[in-house]
Design a protein around this ligand. Structure first.
Ligand code: ZN
Ligand code: ZN
Length: 412
């Protein structure tokens, strides 16, 4: 830990931003849900709106987190696969090509019947299936193909060898009742990579279609479909970049992998499931603990995003209530005379859209050095009237590091 005048926390409700919902009398889920702690933070802090990347750009969780951590995604983003792979403990070296993957269910003609093989529970049978895949498809054309299961239907594939190139298309058709797509090279230099991946997919099917683990499954996990290709990013470690020691408490491997690349302390909290049932109080306690030993802590609670993807304002409101309880715990247990905290979302996931959108999200900076404004409620429209006005994701860390004393003077 360095000698700064204050410490910083970023608390994110994943996908918490939204649009007016007719069934909520035109309020957003954040506006409609009772959030006493978030309102207290808004009242005592400096509010505004934040475009995670730029106005109107729907951000992925990965690109949004890059931006919020001060790395412009247009410069640094090299694809999702490497983050997912690193998040589950795989190595992705320079020259490697990495994919995120889904176990899926296909029929004999490779029509996708279920993209997530019925959303496997935790890791039921998937380590065995992954072992079978690696035995059947460990090396193709001299390229080492390493596959590892993540949670539920997810996994990652890392290709290591000569002459690889990430300019290839996805195999996952992204919809059901469509055929598995042939992976195509978008540049002649990627022809070998496309060939290897197509061959690998064929071998996963052969290894899994009659695998005993699948015998009793309604949706047999009988193929693995790669997508989200990428190469290892070049990222300066967080502490070297920002002169603050950093910890990360997030629930999904994708963002944990980003934290590993940035050499942050990635803390995995028992009970943090990434689902609606997550233990938000265990997460909040972990933030307080990490705060004691780090200058900067980023925490993301995943479930509001799930409510958005599921198109359910009720579930999204229940998830926001969890975020509020975590925020309340931080209010009670952090010394805000020596800490500045930003509460915001990594992007909007409107229930009407069921996916990420480019709408700006509510943001508040609270604690030492901030200038409280007249806003007294947390939500998209109340915060729009605040003193922080409208900023971009990449601004957040600079606003924080200015208040912690980590930001250097520009000029003399
Ligand atoms: Zn997100
Ligand atoms: Zn999402």
């Amino acid at each position: 830990m360095s000698e700064l005048s204050a410490k910083a926390i970023v608390l994110l409700g994943d996908g918490a931003g939204d649009r007016p919902v007719p069934q909520l009398q035109g309020q957003t889920p954040l506006e409609a849900q009772a959030t006493p702690a978030l309102d207290e933070i808004a009242k005592g802090g400096e509010c505004g709106l934040m475009d995670p990347i730029a106005p109107g750009i729907p951000a992925g969780s990965d690109t949004a987190h890059l931006s919020l951590l001060g790395y412009d995604p247009y410069t640094y983003y090299t694809g999702r696969g490497p983050f997912e792979a690193r998040g589950i403990g795989m190595r992705v070296q320079a020259g490697d090509v990495a994919f995120r993957c889904n176990f899926a269910t296909v029929d004999d003609d490779w029509t996708v019947l279920n993209r997530r093989a019925g959303r496997i529970k935790e890791k039921e049978g998937t380590p065995e299936l992954a072992a079978a895949v690696n035995t059947a498809a460990g090396v193709i054309e001299g390229v080492q193909c390493a596959f590892k299961e993540s949670v539920e239907h997810r996994g990652a594939l890392v290709l290591h060898g000569e002459g690889l190139d990430p300019r290839v298309t996805d195999a996952d058709p992204h919809t059901e009742n469509s055929k598995v797509l042939e992976v195509r090279a978008e540049d002649p230099a990627a022809a070998k990579t496309a060939r290897v991946v197509n061959h690998w997919i064929r071998r996963t099917y052969e290894a899994l279609k009659d695998h005993p683990v699948n015998a009793d499954r309604k949706w047999p996990a009988n193929i693995v479909l790669p997508r989200g290709v990428g190469v290892a990013p070049h990222l300066k470690p967080f502490q070297a970049e920002h002169a603050m020691s950093g910890a990360m408490i997030v629930e999904v491997a994708l963002i944990q992998g980003l934290g590993e690349y940035l050499e942050m302390d990635v803390i995995r909290v028992p009970g943090a499931t990434g689902g609606y049932d997550t233990d938000e109080m265990a997460i909040a306690q972990a933030v307080v603990e990490a705060h004691a030993s780090h200058d900067f802590v980023l925490c993301n609670i995943k479930c509001p995003d799930l409510g958005g993807h599921d198109g359910s304002w009720e579930k999204k409101q229940a998830a926001i209530a969890k975020l509020d309880r975590a925020a309340g715990y931080l209010l009670d247990h952090i010394d805000f005379d020596h800490t500045v905290m930003v509460v915001t979302a990594d992007h909007s996931t409107p229930v009407a859209v069921k996916d990420h959108s480019g709408d700006p999200v509510a943001i508040v900076a609270y604690g030492v050095g901030t200038r409280p404004d007249d806003v007294s409620r947390y939500g998209e429209r109340p915060c729009a009237r605040g003193g922080l006005c409208r900023i971009r994701g990449v601004d957040v860390i600079r606003i924080l590091s200015n208040l912690t004393g980590a930001q250097k003077k520009f000029g003399s």
